[in-house]
Design a protein around this ligand. Sequence first.
Ligand code: NIG
Ligand code: FE
Length: 416
Amino acid sequence: MASKIFIKNIKTLYQIEDSPKKWVAGKEMGVLPSIDNAYLAIEDGKIADYGQMSDWPGITDWRDLEVIDASDRLVLPAWCDSHTHLVFAGTREDEFVDRIHGLSYEEIAAKGGGILNSAKKLQNTDENDLFDSAMRRIEEIRALGTGAVEIKSGYGLSLDAELKILRVVKRLKEASDLTIKSTFLGAHAYPVEYKSNKAAYLDLVINKMLPQVAEEGLADYIDVFCETNYFSVDDTKKIMEAGTKHGLKPKIHVNQFMALGGVKACVDHSALSVDHLEVMEEADFEALKGSETIPTMLPSCSFFLGIPFGPGRRVIDEGMPLALATDYNPGSTPSGNIPFLLSLACIKMKLTPEEAINAVTINGAYAMDLSNTHGSICRGKQANIIITKEHTSLNYIPYAFGSDHIDRVIISPAQA
Ligand code: NIG
Ligand code: FE
């Protein structure tokens, strides 16, 4: 890649900002600041300048410079996908067919499918094979416009296998040009051998896995699947406390099937995000209002499992920020496709295209502590850019669901 890239004649340049915002909330989410007939200049992997073509200062130094003509094309910041489990072994299309025949997600898990099925496959998979398949998924989401992604463990469920996943994530951080954050999710499900001694598994997560994960610097965040039949609100509190002591901020799976009071517990423990939220009660809205915890919803998971879509419309109408993420994983969301997620957010959650795009750019960046460097077109931010195909308008992206919208993705190395 040339050290300087100049994109000219951009039909519309979206999500520009003069100085980095932490997130956008409420009515602000309906606005994507933009410039028509624009240019964008990139230097050494950073956004150097942008503006109207009529104000373009001109090129004086052509050395190591690539010029891209973006006539009739839109330019946006690359997506920030703040919730995935994209290191996994094997796929679970048999469970997909079981669901067609009427079994629920919970029934499939109860008969040995679900997370435990993935854990068994992963425990028997070589680290290099895991790395190769995860790298292919990274390349896949990169081509769909994702420039930053969070990846969780949680399909290991033993000390060795959890470390194996997180070591793969560490290698992905080094090998890929995407910005990657990693999350330790040892408390994703109780392994069969601990079913009658759950306290022993909690002890393993808190006192064996977590210290080693922290010592090896393998995770940025701590996660728990807070849900009936998985981890209780009390378990979640204990794990959040332990994680925080080791410097890992909580990002928690909560309220996917049941509202158990976990959202308030997460806010009280300064969670960065609460994720899923398909089911939300009044107390959950109250807990989130005015907090620094960003509600994060996963519409592709709702679509795939046929469960309710989270009340994202209400979250925004009540003045809060909302992030959206894919949840890419083999069980509930075998897709890391953000353009399709945008269509779901608009059609099923009644978000406007601007709201949906804010939710996967600046707000997704916040949900990974990246809003100073990612998620918008701002001078000095990392130059992670999407150039669309020839599009009539921004609305065309969620409207033409399933189409290939992207002409080119520019990702600048994380360390640039
Ligand atoms: O976020 N809900 C918990 N974990 C994943 C799915 C796990 C699986 O089914 O493999 C999720 O949807
Ligand atoms: Fe998830």
